[in-house]
Design a protein around this ligand. Structure first.
Ligand code: IMP
Length: 407
């Protein structure tokens, strides 16, 4: 791994970033997140125990790694408090190694209520975590930010105005129950401990670390096809999930980035509504869902499943200027007779497929490219050639050791 590496999901999230970040974090000094909130769900298996992280970077599982939530994050204090508590119960230490930007826009209980009630009536299938409404307030310059907890008096002035505005939306637009101002205030003041312990001017910290030559891993959440600008709008999340989001979400300029690892599953999944050209509705979809355990880590919703879409990935690889690819969940394809990949779309925007014969062998124990069956090698090489990007890592199972490093 070069000094500063960005890891991104190239599809609709759930590409298995958690496991790869966790593995690469072993040699990193810091892991930083720059966008999204607790809508993310990173599932990883460590020493046989499954852990799901929503906000805290996966690097936290390595005792010497520092972890940062950058200014581009939208932050639910209660979600963060809960996650920290659970991790601390597993003997994970946060002291002097966890930093939260004072500029993070806060997710309030009213944001969550608006997200849920709005998604019910005009929905795209959000995670219901208040992400969209919190980013709306950030862009509209009325957000309460983490650093606002410093001054209780100013906080109350800002918060009461915002909660009043939210309650008007809830009551007048959606006929929903308002949320008591005191309850919202309590969510913030009740978590003042988080401010006292973790509040930080993370832009300065990052500048210092980069000048010192520290090895930093930047961890994207969600996936590129959910990007607010480049994704399948309006069926997207409300942040910049592509490489561009890093500079704005952490205050680190693009020149300080040495490599960009793009992660894609060996097939495709999507949670929530929206276009999905290679989606399957037959027994193949059931097989992918069942073998791949394709249920949302945050909401538990079943994921929609389909073949790999190389046409879409080609564009995404360009947008992110991916320097290295990582192919995950290859083992999920082990039992298929035939495997298809979309190489283009026809005039009616239907996918044109290339068909590969399946390898019908267990790949989960492969530890080198040469250990893989020839048909699996051919599949990997075809993806690599089409995307004009080297596949440096192949994941063949959820555990740390079920990983093939080709470089
Ligand atoms: P939101 O981010 O909750 O506003 O949801 C917007 C869209 O992004 C919905 O289709 C969600 O299912 C999707 N989404 C948000 N976060 C994730 C994630 O971490 N993995 C997969 N899909 C996500």
């Amino acid at each position: 791994m070069s000094n500063n590496t960005l890891i991104l999901g190239l599809q609709w999230g759930d590409e298995g970033k958690g496991k790869i970040v966790d593995a690469l974090a072993e040699t990193a000094e810091a892991v930083c997140r720059f966008q999204g909130g607790h809508n993310a769900g990173h599932t990883l298996k460590v020493d046989g125990v499954q852990k799901v992280l929503h906000l805290v970077p996966s690097g936290i599982l390595h005792p010497s790694v520092h972890c940062v939530l950058g200014n581009g994050i939208v932050l639910s204090l209660s979600a963060l408090a809960k996650e920290i508590k659970e991790l601390q119960e597993s003997e994970i230490n946060f002291k002097d190694r966890f930093y939260v930007s004072e500029d993070c826009a806060l997710i309030l209980p009213t944001h969550i209520a608006i997200d849920k009630v709005r998604d019910k009536s005009e929905g795209i299938g959000t995670t219901g975590r208040g992400i969209g409404p919190a980013y709306e307030d950030k862009i509209a310059r009325r957000a309460v930010r983490f650093g606002d907890l410093k001054d209780p008096q100013k906080l109350e002035v800002k918060l009461s105005k915002l909660v009043n505005y939210h309650n008007q939306i809830l009551e007048n637009l959606y006929g929903a129950q308002p949320i008591k101002y005191e309850d919202v205030l309590e969510e913030l003041t009740g978590n003042i401990d988080l401010y006292n312990k973790y509040n930080c001017k993370t832009q300065d910290l990052l500048k210092l670390w980069i000048k010192q030559g520290k090895k930093i891993l930047f961890e994207g959440a969600q996936g590129s096809m959910l990007d607010i600008d480049h994704g399948s709008y309006p069926y997207v999340t409300s942040s910049s999930t592509t490489a561009g989001g890093l500079s704005s979400g952490l205050g680190v300029g693009p020149r300080y980035l040495d490599s960009i690892i793009g992660i894609t599953k060996a097939y495709t999944t999507r949670v929530g509504e929206g276009p999905f050209a290679t989606e399957l509705f037959d027994s193949n979809a059931e097989q992918l869902a069942k073998v791949g355990h394709e249920f949302g880590a945050t909401t538990g919703r079943p994921r929609r499943c389909g073949w790999l879409d190389l046409k879409a990935l080609e564009t995404i690889v360009f947008i992110n200027s991916v320097s290295n690819l990582c192919l995950t969940k290859l083992d999920v394809l082990d039992s298929f007779e035939e495997i298809k990949v979309c190489i283009d779309y026809d005039d009616t925007q239907q996918p044109i497929y290339k068909t590969f014969s399946g390898w019908k062998q267990d790949t989960s124990k492969a530890r080198s490219f040469e250990d893989l069956p020839k048909a699996a090698q051919d599949y990997i090489l075809f993806i690599e050639e089409t995307l004009e990007c080297k596949i440096g890592i192949v994941s063949v199972g959820p555990s740390r050791d079920q990983t093939i490093y080709r470089d």
